[in-house]
Design a protein around this ligand. Structure first.
Ligand code: UT7
Length: 334
């Protein structure tokens, strides 16, 4: 068996900023409540005409440029998202066409906010077994399109964005060292978009009842997240044959600063080893980790041979953690 390493990253954020003060004018909330309960100050919102693939393609193009790989070399494209352009065809196929990666296998993956870690794991398996050599993994969300802007419990939390990573097969012992994915479907109703699928097809009633927007039991998801973020990280470290003392950098899913702090504490890490951009972007679901990874890499925070842990939780309920040996030197000028 071989392994798979990240050889380039990229991201794309919409330009439009929505601050907590903007939200104060839309729902009964306050900047103080949002900052202290979540750590979020502002988030990015896509324009009405922008779909997931419009953010995914620039993120992917930047990742390919960073990797020095033409799109024609891609064997596989996985797009992790809960906000695809359409239910079908897969957004991955739209991305494949626009990148000019004709022939590459392409599919979407739905694992909520754990989507990027799941996709990394799936792509990693294809590369480790020698089926494919080069893969593109994207996490992208346009959550602003599925938010109920009258619901203060959810509308303050989320943002739009895309992050991408190019993976290539490497000898065993490098790249992805440990992976732990899991799910508990009994918690499915705690975080869901009820309508638009085969259970509740779109109708005027589903639209009137806001059933095409995010429904979440925040406090329940919070408790679950605090538990699984630490547990999943420790399991992935165990599979990698590493201890928490070996971790050089943590890239957690960016949902709530209190959840990140709990995971940080469980791993015994100092805050400087944990990447946080939640204050600027809010929760971008499956895009959170790849955007954070790209920013940390470009800021020169990730050094060659660093042991980097990525960990997430999300709708499903799902969780996932990956431990990677970072195989890149910081970019010039970082
Ligand atoms: O990536 C996976 C996606 N999901 C998540 O990450 C969610 C995880 N959960 C959380 O981050 C937190 O549970 C929230 C930030 C959603 C909520 O924080 P909380 O400390 O669990 O608050 P709560 O839900 O227990 O609500 C406390 C109070 C309630 O008022 P009452 O009933 O105590 O009078 C809410 O109605 O805060 C109220 N509240 C708000 N107040 C002002 C809820 N949202 C807001 C708001 N502004 N935006």
């Amino acid at each position: 068996m071989s392994s798979a390493a990240i050889i380039g990253t990229g991201s794309c954020l919409p330009e439009r900023v929505l601050t907590n003060h903007d939200l104060e004018k839309m729902v009964d909330t306050s900047d103080e409540w949002i900052r202290t309960r979540t750590g979020i100050r502002e988030r990015r919102l896509a324009d009405p005409g922008t779909a997931a693939s419009d953010l995914a393609v620039p993120a992917a193009t930047r990742a390919l440029a960073a990797a020095g790989i033409p799109a024609t070399e891609l064997d596989l494209i996985i797009v992790a998202t809960v906000t695809p352009d359409t239910l079908f065809p897969a957004t991955a196929c739209l991305v494949q066409e626009r990148l000019g990666a004709r022939g590459a296998a392409a599919f979407d993956l739905s694992a909520g906010c754990s989507g990027f870690v799941y996709a990394l794991g799936v792509a990693g398996q294809f590369l480790a077994t020698g089926v494919y050599r080069t893969a593109l993994v994207i996490g992208v969300e346009v959550l602003s399109k599925i938010i109920n802007w009258q619901d203060r419990n959810t509308c303050v939390l989320f943002g739009d964005g895309a992050g991408a990573a190019v993976l290539q097969s490497v000898p065993a012992g490098r790249g992805i060292l440990g992976l732990h994915l899991g799910a508990d479907g009994s918690g499915g109703s705690l975080l869901t978009l009820p309508a638009g699928g085969s259970r509740l097809p779109a109708s005027s009633t589903t639209v009137q009842e806001q059933l095409h927007t995010i429904h979440m039991s925040g406090a329940e998801v919070f408790k679950f997240a605090v538990r699984v973020m630490g547990e999943a990280s420790l399991k992935a470290l165990e599979k990698a044959g590493l201890k928490k003392e070996d971790v050089d950098f943590l890239i957690p899913h960016q949902a709530n600063i209190r959840i990140i702090e709990a995971a940080t504490k469980r791993l015994g890490l100092p805050p400087k080893k944990v990447y946080v951009n939640l204050d600027r972007y809010g929760n971008m679901s499956s895009a959170s980790i790849p955007v954070a990874l790209d920013e940390a890499y470009r800021a020169g925070l990730l050094l060659r041979d660093h042991k980097v842990v990525m960990v997430a939780f999300g709708a499903g309920l799902t969780w996932g953690a990956a431990v990677v040996n970072w195989e890149l030197d910081p970019p010039k000028g970082a």
